[in-house]
Ligand binder design. Structure first.
Ligand code: NAP
Length: 248
């Protein structure tokens, strides 16, 4: 039996590419998703075909009880959780500050920040050598937006990713003595469905022209970085924020 990696928001986009890459690397893969069970089950079929154990786990990462229940279901499946990828994340329609509201801010922070903290907490309780665990690795999906701030588009989303960067660095230092390596990946603009929510037309030629590499990224290119940070090949990499952004 291989070790489990749990990938939140693993049913589509960067999460799904990471699930496939992790299966290739020998992990058994637990895929969390929010709503789209058909996408999760279709991906599960592809992972099974690669000979891996697979679990699909519906849960809203922003809901403490649902997150706790998700980790209990993983426990019941047997075996050992050694990897967590906090990938579930949302954006909101492009807007200026004056036109945003509290409900939007709360949801962005609940999913992107509190969801990451909740899953880190549950994973740490299982992985920590201080609690009888065998250690592990956590990778948090941030964004280059954390640095640029996304003015006029979604400064609130960018701020959630700034928080993810900070908690990644803090938890890395807190948990490494307990055998848990924590790192982050900061994608640039990657071709996934997420942009449909913001209304941001990523296909426009001026978008690619503004990226030094002159093109958008692919989910598989981000998955490669996540898989490396999860692996023993990254054994001395702790608290790193790895930009996968074509030079942007
Ligand atoms: P995506 O294609 O929109 O996929 C999002 C995934 O997250 C789906 O599996 C979705 O499940 C799940 N999800 C959404 N809300 C959830 C919740 N509350 N609880 C559990 N799962 C939830 O997104 P993506 O583009 O792959 O982005 C993945 C991560 O990379 C995000 O954290 C995002 O901020 C970050 N990122 C993306 C880009 C980019 O350009 N794409 C750039 C920088 C950073 P359902 O299908 O069930 O809704």
């Amino acid at each position: 039996m291989a070790d489990w990696v749990l990938i939140t928001g693993g049913s589509r986009g960067i999460g799904a590419a990471t699930a496939l890459r992790c299966a290739e690397a020998g992990w058994d893969v637990a895929i969390n998703y929010a709503q789209d069970s058909a996408a999760a089950e279709a991906l599960a079929g592809r992972l099974h075909a690669r000979g891996r154990r697979v679990l699909t786990l519906q849960a809203d990462v922003a809901d403490e009880a649902q997150v706790a229940a998700m980790f209990r279901r993983l426990d019941e499946a047997g075996g050992h959780l050694a990897g967590l990828v906090n990938n579930a994340g949302i954006v909101a329609p492009a807007a200026r500050l004056q036109d945003m509201d509290m409900a939007r801010w709360r949801r962005l922070f609940d999913v992107n920040v509190l969801g990451t903290l909740l899953c880190c907490q549950q994973a740490a309780r299982r992985m920590s050598t201080k609690h009888g665990g065998a250690g592990g690795a956590i990778v948090n999906l941030s964004s280059r937006a954390a640095e640029f701030g996304s003015a006029g588009i979604y400064v609130d989303y960018a701020a959630t990713k700034g928080a993810v960067d900070t908690l990644t660095k803090g938890l890395a230092r807190e948990l490494i003595a307990e055998g848990i390596r924590v790192n982050g990946v900061r994608p640039g603009i990657i071709e996934t469905d997420i942009h449909a929510t913001s209304g941001f037309t990523v296909g426009a030629p001026e978008i690619a022209a503004g990226i030094p590499i002159q093109r958008l990224g692919r989910a598989e290119e981000v998955a490669e970085a996540v898989a490396w940070l999860l692996s023993d090949a990254a054994s001395y990499t702790v608290g790193a924020l790895l930009d996968v952004a074509g030079g942007r």
